[in-house]
Write a protein that binds this ligand. Structure first.
Ligand SMILES: C[S@@+](CC[C@H](N)C(=O)[O-])C[C@H]1O[C@@H](n2cnc3c(N)ncnc32)[C@H](O)[C@@H]1O
Length: 333
């Protein structure tokens, strides 16, 4: 999510009504909220007294909000501080599971949390960990090679100035320990004659956050493992915020659905239809919502219904292997 969001440091759940209307015909059952955050979606689902929510978030800072909801709803919510790639790792079988929902990215509270330093507006140390991470941004910037840093910027930031920015970071690192605003200055200097509507640091910071939090691997396994535990008829719904996330979600839903554009020369047996898409196009926030909450402007909601079991998801790994490889690049020299 973009950092230039609400002036108030309050998180507004994005596309809430649209998401609820997709899953509401299924009311009465269990829903997994893979990105609990400030609990905006979970609270809405719990308004129906026969619903239960299993909430997941990797950020332990949200535990207190979840505990409060758990108590106020007589245990109809249970919270798990884990990564959503492990959505299939619950001890007990989930009864009456109706839908699994994802609201990718970061909440406003996280963006404004100085100690997480997710935003280019932060001061101080580089961190960027959402929770349950193996390393911080500081670890990466202090020791990564120029070549690998360039690849991270190129593939996860899609920034045209990736090469020069990576080079200047490595040069400056030799002289001093780099903090958030040092990176911002290097980016601004590299782009000083280039005009863009976006803040010059947007793409490079996006790239670093993706790498630190392994967002590509998380998303691919989150989708596949959600599919594996959903019963037939269950819904997977995802709100994404940037083009890389949306590319993955779109491929997953289209490639494994009856809307797949297969060649008529391919034998039918090669076609795996295990999802049903109601809309091929994503759902966007209304102008009213964007006005109220500018952070919602790049949100896209896609969803699909599971129609049959499938064990083979090789195609998504083949398609996005180039991104997984960048995420697995070593940062230790
Ligand atoms: C945009 S916020 C969700 C906001 C929420 N829908 C609400 O209405 O309050 C995204 C949340 O997902 C969490 N998150 C991101 N990646 C995750 C992952 N791989 N596993 C678990 N939680 C994750 C973040 O920590 C953050 O709290």
């Amino acid at each position: 999510m973009n950092a230039t969001i609400n002036l108030e440091k309050k998180h507004f759940p994005v596309l809430l009504n649209e998401l609820i209307s997709i899953i509401s015909p299924l009311y009465g059952g269990t829903f997994i909220d893979c990105t609990f955050g400030q609990g905006g979606y979970s609270k809405e689902i719990l308004k129906h007294s026969s619903n239960k929510v299993i909430a997941i978030d990797r950020d332990k800072d949200v535990v207190s909000i979840a505990k409060k909801l758990e108590i106020n709803n007589n245990g109809r919510l249970s919270f798990h501080n884990k990564k959503f790639s492990e959505v299939n790792k619950f001890e007990n079988k989930i009864e009456d599971l109706k839908a699994i929902i994802f609201d990718l990215g970061y909440s406003t509270n996280q963006i404004f949390d100085e100690k997480k330093s997710l935003s280019f507006q932060s001061e101080g140390k580089l961190d960027m960990r959402l929770g349950l991470n193996d390393f911080s941004c500081d670890d990466v910037i202090s020791s990564i090679s120029e070549k690998n840093l360039f690849k991270i910027f190129k593939y996860f930031g899609e920034d045209k100035n990736s090469k020069i920015i990576a080079k200047r970071i490595i040069q400056k690192r030799k002289k001093q320990k780099l903090q958030t605003q040092d990176i911002v200055k290097i980016i601004e200097e590299a782009k000083k004659y280039k005009f863009s509507k976006k803040n010059p640091s947007t793409q490079i910071f996006q790239a670093l956050r993706i790498y630190i939090n392994k967002e590509i691997t998380e998303l691919i396994y989150g989708l596949i493992n959600s599919f594996q535990i959903l019963p037939i008829g269950g819904v997977i719904a995802v709100v994404s915020f940037h083009s890389i996330e949306d590319k993955i979600v779109k491929f997953f839903f289209k490639n494994y659905s009856d809307k797949k554009n297969t060649s008529r020369y391919l034998p039918d047996s090669k076609k795996i239809n295990c999802l049903k898409l109601k809309n091929t196009k994503p759902i966007y926030p209304s102008l009213k919502e964007i006005k109220l909450n500018p952070a919602s402007r790049s949100a896209k909601l896609r969803y699909a219904i599971k129609t049959r079991e499938n064990e083979n998801f090789n195609e998504i790994f083949d398609k996005f292997n180039y991104l997984i490889e960048v995420e697995n690049l070593n940062f230790k020299l």
